[in-house]
Design a protein around this ligand. Sequence first.
Ligand code: FEO
Length: 169
Amino acid sequence: MNDRMALAINKQINEELYSAYLYHAIRAYFDNLGFDGFSSWMDAQTKEEVFHAEKFFSYMAERGGKVKLYAIKEPDCEWNSPLEAFSAALEHEKHITKCINDLVDIAVEEKDYATRNLLNWYIDEQVEEEDNVGKVVNKLRLIKEDGRGLLMLDRELAVRTFTPDPSTE
Ligand code: FEO
């Protein structure tokens, strides 16, 4: 793997770990509000982000790339409502989708077809990520400040767990 590609993947490892950090912060926000289901959903999301980082990490080793772990920036930790917190998550996922698309551009420019192939998994994953978060945002928009609706959604989101698909490891 050439240096430009390795640098770009190392930056993306940092983006994925920052994602985990951000979702951990959102989880803490929901813990403080006493919403166990929202908190559990964010816990699963946090683990998924660590998995995304680890997948790049392992790939670097396979390709002889040198991993560099950059400092993870501090995420926000204050939101005014569950809708605001999930909207922040959705905006972040859109940012990550752009990062993945930029990585694809670099892989193509560098004729790094193995990395280009790996990135297909992330492209599909981002469709799912934006869809998952976007659906919660839409529900929260409908619920607004309705306490009963929030409690029902909290129960609904409690069932989510994260189990990595062995075929993607
Ligand atoms: Fe790793 Fe949620 O994107």
